[in-house]
Design a protein around this ligand. Structure first.
Ligand code: 4NP
Length: 153
């Protein structure tokens, strides 16, 4: 089972979600992350994301940003988008219904949807913003993990 997390720059939200979910799942799951823009291609996650993850026992320092490709929509089984604008960009890349069905809003898939479609982008915030986003991602990844494990059994 292959899981892809998607945000805008692939240096804050989706690398955190990748690291958190990977730590929760057994080894037969693959977890990766990408961005919808290539601005930060080849860069490691934002230092604030690396530090926040480290404080919670998650190492994301080895990850590198890359932009999404059409092949990703073929290769991955579940594609989770961090906000509505990312979701719309990813849906626009889908070539058929099978691919469209793989793409979901992350918070909606976690059941943490409420009124809020978006994991807030912490890029423009301080460490407090990263901590808040980490806790939201951790809670949501826990719920997604339960769903994936029940589907996969
Ligand atoms: P991310 O955050 O999508 O959570 O990785 C951002 C990172 C960089 C930029 C925007 C959002 N940027 O515009 O450079």
């Amino acid at each position: 089972m292959k899981i892809l997390m998607v945000c805008l720059g692939n240096i804050c939200r989706s690398p955190l979600a990748e690291g958190i979910l990977r730590n929760m799942l057994p080894d037969n799951f693959t977890v990766d992350s990408v961005g919808t823009i290539s601005l930060h291609e080849g860069e490691h996650p934002d230092q604030r994301a690396i530090k926040t993850a480290k404080n919670h026992g998650t190492d994301i320092s080895g990850q590198k940003s890359r932009p999404i490709t059409v092949q990703d929509l073929q290769n991955f089984d579940h594609i989770y988008c961090m906000d509505l604008s990312v979701y719309e960009d990813v849906i626009s890349l889908a070539q058929n219904e099978e691919q469209r069905k793989k793409i979901a809003l992350f918070l909606e898939a976690a059941g943490n949807y409420g009124e809020n479609t978006d994991v807030p982008d912490p890029y423009w915030s301080g460490m407090k913003g990263f901590e808040k986003v980490f806790l939201l991602l951790e809670d949501s990844c826990g719920k997604i993990k339960t769903k994936l494990l029940s589907q996969n059994s």
